[in-house]
Each structure stands twice: as C-alpha cells, then as structure tokens.
Design a protein around this ligand. Structure first.
Ligand SMILES: N[C@@H](CCC(=O)N[C@@H](CS)C(=O)NCC(=O)O)C(=O)O
Ligand SMILES: *[C@@H]1O[C@H](CO)[C@@H](O)[C@H](O)[C@H]1NC(C)=O
Length: 233
C-alpha cells in the first residue's frame, strides 16, 4: 500500500493518452494520485518532469526518473506489475505486432483525428475523413488477427491494443455526434463494431473513458489555443 501511494499521474481531463493510463491503473488495481495539468497554463511540475515534450501523461513513481509518453508508461506499468492483468501478449511476435500497430495509430491516425477537429476547410476535412476510415480498416484487419475470434484485441479481456484504441472511443463517439462522422461503422468495420459494444459493456472502460461534456470542454480548450482567424466574415 505504501508503495502504491508513491504513484502520481500528471494528466489533463479529456486527453485520450491520459485515459490509457487510467485504464492500466484500474485493470492492475494500482493506487495513484492524480494531478491535473491546465493545458493553457502548464505547471512547474509538468515543465520540470517533462521539459522536452511538455505534455501529459507523465508518471512519477517514487524517486524514479519521470516517465512520459502513454505507450512507454503502459509498458512500464506492465513490467512492474506483470502478475496482475498482463497487457501485452506473451508471444514475442504478437507483442511486436501490437507495438507496431500502436505506433502506427499514434503517428498517423491521431494526427489525422486532431487535424479533423480543428480544420476549418471542408475539403481538408473530407480528405481526413477518408484517411481516418483507412486507418480503422487497418485496425479491423489487425483485430481479426490478434483477437482470434474473441471479443477483444487482447482475447477474453482488455489488453494493450484495446487500451490504445479504446482510449479514443469517447472521441470517435463525440465526432459522430458533433461532426456526424463515425470512424467505426458496421459496414466497414463489422468486427470493430462488435468490439466497441464489448468495450462499452466493460466496467473499466465505462469508468475511465470521458463523457461528452468533457470532450466538448477539451475541444473548446484546443480551439482557444489556436491562433485567431484573420477575419470572421
Ligand atoms: N504521444 C504522446 C501524446 C500526448 C499528448 O499529445 N498530450 C497532449 C494532451 S492530449 C498534451 O499534453 N499536449 C500539450 C502540448 O502539446 O503542448 C503520448 O502518447 O503520451
Ligand atoms: C497559472 O498557474 C499558476 C500556478 O500554477 C497561477 O499562480 C497563475 O495564476 C496561473 N495563471 C493563469 C493565467 O491562470
């Protein structure tokens, strides 16, 4: 228990990357202290613990070196708590596939989704729609391989890839409501559609994925950080 209290998470409400760490804490029953970072006014603690990237999440574990980047933190927590709810598959080739997939999702799909949210051009938004659809078709194929007919990427229960992609389920649902665009559609993604249902009926996913209002606040915060338009005619 004492050891548990030495875990601190710097996060911002609404961030899917932070949601990933909340998933892991819940699944592995890790106690932690949550410290909110205001994205418009970053704290000294954030700048000190993640001076280069200056973004959340950051994990502070006792006197260890601070750890940033959600995927790195997820693997760290999996390594220090390997006995409770292991996240990565045991097979090295499947582990590598998961890591590659997560890397691809974060370096391609995420920037597309982020740009989709802030772009003011209809044409660009349409291009991004197609790119995101392609990304989720790639995930559909990966799901087929990794899940082996089970409900989750991780098999019978939530694993590494369920967290990586599942942390964005609040956002894709938000986009469906606000922009009338759902990245996961039954006709293109029959398996992911079922997977999404399994995720929403999972108690941990339901408790850590932020709600609509939180996403709306986050969107407004992002917009307020953008340079203002030269005219608003
Ligand atoms: N690749 C990073 C992405 C983290 C990230 O983009 N965090 C955002 C919040 S969603 C942030 O703190 N941004 C602050 C900034 O870029 O100035 C991860 O996986 O942790
Ligand atoms: C920024 O945060 C600091 C403390 O972290 C606070 O003293 C200051 O008033 C804040 N500034 C604004 C503009 O909110």
């Amino acid at each position: 228990m004492t050891q548990n209290c030495e875990m601190k998470l710097l996060g911002s409400v609404g961030s899917a990357f932070v949601t990933r760490i909340l998933f892991v804490f819940k699944l592995k029953s890790i106690e932690y202290e949550y410290i909110e970072v205001d994205q418009r006014n970053k704290s000294e603690l954030l700048l000190k613990s993640n001076p280069t990237l200056q973004r959340v999440p950051v994990l502070l574990h006792a006197d260890e070196h601070p750890i940033s980047e959600s995927l790195v933190i997820m693997e760290y927590l999996d390594e220090i708590r390997p006995d409770i709810h292991p996240l990565l598959p045991s097979n090295p080739s499947e582990r590598a596939q998961c890591r590659l997939l997560a890397y691809t999702f974060d370096t391609l799909c995420y920037p597309w989704m982020k740009e989709f949210m802030i772009t003011r051009e209809a044409k660009r938004r349409e291009e991004l729609t197609q790119l995101i659809i392609g990304g989720y078709i790639m995930l559909e194929e990966a799901f087929e391989k990794l899940s082996k007919g089970k409900a989750f990427f991780g098999g019978d229960d939530i694993g590494y890839m369920d967290i990586v992609v599942g942390s964005f389920l609040g956002w894709t649902k938000f986009y469906a409501t606000i922009f009338n665009f759902n990245a996961i559609e039954e006709d293109r993604n029959p398996k992911l559609t079922k997977w999404e249902k399994s995720m929403w009926s999972h108690e941990v996913a339901r408790s850590v994925i932020p709600n609509h209002e939180t996403h709306m606040d986050f969107l407004n915060m992002i917009i307020s950080k953008l340079p203002s338009l030269p005219d608003s005619a």
